[in-house]
Design a binder for this molecule. Sequence first.
Ligand SMILES: Nc1ncnc2c1ncn2[C@@H]1O[C@H](COP(=O)(O)OP(=O)(O)OP(=O)(O)O)[C@@H](O)[C@H]1O
Ligand SMILES: [Mg+2]
Length: 307
Amino acid sequence: MSNSENADGLHQGSTNRNMAVHVQGDSRDSTSSSELHLAYEQQLRNELALSMQREALLLDALNAANEIIEAKTLFLCNMAHELRTPLNAIIGFSELISSQMPIQTDISKYADYAKDIHQAGIYLLRLTNDLLDIARIEASQLVLADEEVDLPDCIAACFHMLEQEARPKQIFLSRDIPPDLPLLRGDVLRVQQIIINLVGNAIKFTPPQGKVHVSAYSAGGSIHIHIADTGIGISSDDMDKIFKIFGQVPNPLTRARDGAGLGLPLAKKLTELHDGTLEIDSSPGRGTSVFVIFPPNRVAAPVCQPR
Ligand SMILES: Nc1ncnc2c1ncn2[C@@H]1O[C@H](COP(=O)(O)OP(=O)(O)OP(=O)(O)O)[C@@H](O)[C@H]1O
Ligand SMILES: [Mg+2]
């Protein structure tokens, strides 16, 4: 029997070698299984972190969707309210006309009813136009018809349109615009809409015999329009609210159907469409200043001849 053979005649050397291989294999197996374990644990951690991230994103999206639904519901409530008042006037006064037609001898009554129906119609048309403009801007569908706007002319035209609102309240409307103010590159009808909305507000929220002053000037390469009034003012708590669609502050100066709360947010959106900014400085009882600033890229050209 050779020394490499045991009593069973088995080959000793090869058995030992086999054992050694087996022992070595065991330690490698246990190392790789703990590595596997670690890798698996890491993978689980990664998946957990990923699913937590996904959950947070879904939660954000859900919150955003809920906010949109809430805003939509609020919008529909406001819309229904704004539509109902003038529609009731139209239905009520037209019913009066048709029911009293055979007996009413005072013809001036019919003229009053027709005037109320007409006013309700005008209000509804303005409301619809303002909402359409806001929707178009929000959908990036409102395209400006840019041209060179002569601001002194543009502001004079706005004053002409607003005089009939200022006169009954004896509000003193004044303006100060240098003749050499550079031309503005913008959409003249939209610029007028901005000024009418802002000067209209200044007249509306200023008590009788107050003052509204508009100045325009060029500073730092930009064109500034400043609308100042001696009206009721706005508290800092209400500042955010008034820039929201249908955002109004209840006050004794204005009656129902004096507006829907669209003019200011629309003026701001139209200014921003012209790359400009609209800011308000105000406090209760101390009047309001609105600043509309058009940046240098909106300044078309200097005026060569004095107007
Ligand atoms: N010059 C101002 N002085 C005091 N309050 C103002 C002035 N301008 C705006 N506000 C406040 O901001 C609110 C929003 O203005 P906005 O022009 O959007 O609405 P409105 O004038 O009430 O209605 P609309 O413009 O749709 O006819 C007003 O209801 C008012 O409370
Ligand atoms: Mg307004």
